[in-house]
Ligand binder design. Sequence first.
Ligand code: PMP
Length: 430
Amino acid sequence: MSANADLQMRRVAAVPRGVSNATPAFAARAENAEIWDAEGRRYVDFAAGIAVLNVGHRHPKVIEAAKRQLDAFTHTAFQVMAYEPYIALAERLNALAPFSAPAQTIFFTTGGEAVENAVKIARRVTGRSAVIAFTGAFHGRSLMATALTGKTAPYKTGYGPLPAEVFHLPFPGAASGVSVAESLRALEFLFMADVEPARVAAIIIEPVQGEGGFHVAPTELLVALRAICDRHGILLIADEVQTGFARTGKLFAIEHSGVEPDILAVAKALGGGFPLSGVIARRDILDAIDPGGLGGTYGGSPVSCAAALAVLDIIEEEKLCARASAVGEKLSARIASFSGRNDLLPVSAPRGLGAMVAFDIFSARGEDTPDGAMAKTVTNRAFERGLVLLTCGTFGNTLRILVPLTASDEIVDEGLDLLEAALTVEEASA
Ligand code: PMP
């Protein structure tokens, strides 16, 4: 039996099917934008561990920083005996985050945890309970994050009761067919029918929906939400877990809009492959929380903080914000060339922001019926050819590209060639 097949058998027996796998092979090693499996097969990585490896697998500076920390100590628990890498990283993020007033940062481990804590902070500060999120949003798998997520199956169905006082607005855009004005009107109705503004602690939004299908939040929406939050004393939380750290061409995606959030939830790319998340907010907000109200045993692991400091250096030194824009243009230009071709499956135009680029697979040319099954077939065919590629979107018919920003033009082109091959009609329907 092959190494991958053997591992697959053990995996099926030992690990629940509730955690799904996008690919049938098992990783053995990885470098920048390439992964090798248990049988030595090489793959171009267009997933980056779900938007984690913006600086690539095992960036030498990340590894060096982590190794240095491993040789010093691996864990004390920040609450037991604090350490410099945590403080240094907080200082760096406080200076970089898009706040006009002094900011502070607290660290956790996962994106879901950052979201949970952003909500806890908003509730404690405002003394209010309700939170408003958007349809199609994804905020994590813990119970409050699940409640905030705007998609029932597979995330919410059967896991209730979920925390109360969570409401959803339609996310505007071409995909939902909802205009910004209609979305804001829905908010007015929500305020009239279900929850008065004085009971709302926060509105949470992804500046670009990630799992929901790479839909960019219109600037007009973000500006209007900012004004509504200001009018009613509601806090605006930007969930930058997937969009953060240069992916969209700016360090934080919300910066494209010029809108200043009250609270930022960050994770994924911050740790460069080590588990790390954080909440960055204005100091006057965070000051409202008494000692002991926030934290966690592993939050802000020293190894992860050391790695994250290297990540921020790399983003600066290698000008990864500019690189994300260039990679995004390359991806979009190539994907745009797919849509008019009869030898390829029917696809939409590319969309996204910076190097966060996606497109949809449709069931027939000239129609926009989503074809999630075909999108899965395409990712399987791409994988057989040597490309790790993920789907997303409400109907699972969106192909999303999250290539490391450190990938060379040659690797990006190679990945696009593999993607194009997987999209050919004969290939995909074989
Ligand atoms: N928020 C967003 C926008 C995400 O994309 C994700 C993960 N895909 C999360 C929160 C949850 O992060 P984690 O899986 O690290 O808990």
